[in-house]
Design a protein around this ligand. Structure first.
Ligand code: BTN
Length: 334
């Protein structure tokens, strides 16, 4: 039903688009070309405007498309993707609880589903790492990707780093801002968090059954408002604030999906080595003094010395003792 509606709107869009190339097109002609009534034309126009297309309507002349959308709608995203698996199926809705719960439900219900992408304009109950809330107002890029890469369970710990690297690269490709990585999987700009990754996995015996990558990017949101409402300890920012103008979320989403598939493929074919070394090249954190926090309490501090082959952080204490950190939050100490 919904697919059918989507197809109709996409067909209408392409008719309007090609007609707009030579100026205004009358409602009557649009209705005739699309095989729909005049009132259906108006409904389609209203729907397309809601999706973010600029459509001018002038009495006596008709309609003309004046600008395209920058919202990550499935038909526009698919046009931009050169992926093999990710994004063959894209679900985009206005507002639901969380992209992660929708993608997890698909993962368990449809064993053949692979590469499905779920995008929400607004999440009512976004989830963050360590059971935290993730505030997700309109303007952000909130998406989950269901993936079934052929990896063995011991190397699963590298998957969050795979996704963080892909998101960091997508942000750099799209905005040219200087984004860096903070262990375990935060993307930072000027020392402030701009994006986070949540990973849910299911494994049987030695084999990964599925992974759901939850990706949250503060794209065109008011970071100060989020910080106040979420009362987070960490400083946060948004791409809009760093750029001084809005980012095109459609191009950003396409870059995220493209980079994610590329990094997953690399990981599956050559293992964690290249991921770990690229991750290390794109962090400002190694060599600095850090505190490791669990539930907001400092449990350890020292120098963030290195990243192990499984993604664990190697910390050297003041007495020179080496230890591996596999979970928690980091605070950079100055
Ligand atoms: C973090 O705590 O840093 C991870 C945040 C992950 C948020 C994203 S937004 C899309 C997806 N759906 C959710 O409910 N959470 C993730």
């Amino acid at each position: 039903m919904r697919k059918n509606r989507e197809r109709k709107i996409v067909d209408f869009l392409s008719i309007l688009e090609s007609a707009s190339a030579s100026g205004y097109v009358s409602g009557q002609l649009l209705a005739k070309s699309a095989g729909i009534s005049r009132s259906a034309v108006w409904k389609h126009v209203r729907q397309l405007r809601r999706y973010g297309y600029g459509i001018d309507s002038t009495h006596g002349l008709g309609y003309r498309m004046v600008s395209r959308t920058s919202a990550p709608v499935p038909w526009e995203l698919k046009k931009r993707l050169k992926t093999r698996i990710i994004g063959k199926e894209i679900i985009h809705r206005d507002s639901r609880d969380s992209t992660q719960s929708i993608a997890l439900a698909i993962a368990t219900k449809c064993p053949e589903a692979d590469g499905t992408v779920v995008i929400l304009e607004h999440q009512k109950s976004g989830r963050g790492r360590l059971k935290r809330k993730w505030l997700s107002p309109a303007g952000g890029l909130w998406l989950s990707v269901l993936s079934r890469p052929r990896v063995e369970t011991p190397s699963m710990t590298v998957l969050p780093l795979v996704a963080a690297l892909a998101v960091r690269n997508a942000i750099v490709d799209t905005t040219h801002l200087r984004a860096s990585l903070k262990w375990p999987n935060d993307v930072m700009i000027s020392g402030k968090k701009v994006a986070g990754i949540l990973l849910d996995v299911s494994a049987e015996a030695e084999i990964l059954n599925y992974a759901v990558f939850g990706i949250g990017i503060n794209a065109n949101v008011d970071a100060k408002e989020i910080a106040t409402k979420a009362a987070v300890a960490q400083e946060i920012t948004s791409l809009k604030e760093e750029l001084g103008h809005e980012v095109n979320r459609l191009e950003l989403a396409a870059a995220v999906l493209q980079n994610l598939e590329c990094q997953i493929d690399k990981f599956v074919s050559v293992g964690p080595g290249p991921i770990i070394s690229e991750w290390k090249k794109n962090t400002d954190m190694l060599g600095t003094r850090i505190s490791v926090l669990h539930d907001g309490n400092e449990i350890q501090h020292g120098i963030a010395a290195d990243l192990d082959t499984d993604g664990a952080l190697i910390v050297i204490s003041d007495s020179g003792e080496k230890s591996r950190v596999t979970s928690g939050d980091l605070r950079i100490r100055f």
